[in-house]
Design a protein around this ligand. Structure first.
Ligand code: DGL
Length: 263
């Protein structure tokens, strides 16, 4: 089916997921909605996050998307159950990968950096309860990081200072796995690595989401059928704020179209 895979996020972060999906499924057309005007979602009430997720979903459904990737941990953990109940289209969500981290840790201490909205959600609480009792989860809200990444500040002094403040205590507590529970944070991996060194494993969920998307498209017989030349594949990005950061994160190919749109 030639219809596009739809993505939405509170802004540019979900492009870290979009990249993994387009590598695994290079013939699929995509439409990405960056709701940057409303970033950060992580500071908003559950009701507001649900309202925004509905608005984004309806925008993508109006573009006939065949599957929607909620490329945002905060929207997934607060709203995906309602989206699945309300719309007749498959949804793929993204949640902090604390289960895999719980399986690999030897020090029995894992760290998670995520938004307040994700860490306070019911879904996160339920997942945390499934981790073995012998594993401690050190939770840290990444206050201010999403705003800086939205401005393209991935290695500015302000960003590095915040990262040090959030990560150094976890390193001192001897974590050996760090879960990135926000799709904006993979853009900080280089700086994070400089702070935490090489012994702590960094875990994000992008590849798992891409594999899951492929499985679901296959299972529902929704994969792109016409086998077109890759040159005809289309990637359209909608942004409701200045799109320069978005452009700097994704504009590395010839088939990208970025539209500033008031939604
Ligand atoms: N990318 C979103 C996430 O994964 C950022 C949330 C926010 O806007 O606070 O949680």
């Amino acid at each position: 089916m030639n219809n596009s895979i739809g993505f939405f996020d509170s802004g540019v972060g979900g492009t870290s997921i979009w990249k993994e999906v387009t590598v695994l499924l290079p013939k699929e057309n995509t439409i990405y909605l960056a709701d940057s005007r409303n970033a950060p979602y992580g500071e908003k009430s559950k009701e507001k996050i649900i309202d925004l997720s509905i608005k984004n979903t309806e925008f993508l459904l109006n573009q006939n998307c065949k599957l929607i990737i909620v490329a945002c941990n905060t929207a997934t953990t607060n709203a995906i159950h309602l989206l699945r109940e309300s719309y007749n289209v498959p949804f793929i969500g993204i949640e902090p990968a604390i289960k895999p981290a719980g399986l690999i840790t030897k020090t029995k201490k894992i760290g998670i950096l995520a938004t307040k909205g994700t860490l306070n959600s019911k879904l996160f609480e339920q997942t945390s309860e499934k981790i073995g009792r012998d594993v401690s989860i050190l939770e840290q809200v990444g206050d201010g990081l999403v705003e800086l990444i939205e401005k393209g500040e991935i290695n500015s002094p302000r960003t590095i200072d915040l990262l040090k403040k959030y990560l150094n205590p976890m390193v001192e507590e001897n974590i050996d796995a760090l879960v990135l529970g926000c799709t904006h944070y993979p853009y900080l991996i280089e700086e994070i690595r400089k702070i935490i060194g090489n012994k702590i494993q960094i875990i994000d969920s992008g590849l798992a989401v891409a594999k899951q998307t492929k499985n679901i498209l296959q299972k529902l017989d929704l994969l792109q059928q016409n086998n077109p030349l890759l040159a005809t594949t289309q990637h359209v990005f909608y942004s409701n704020k200045n799109s320069s950061t978005l452009r700097s994160f994704v504009d590395h190919g010839n088939h990208i179209k970025i539209i500033e749109h008031d939604f």
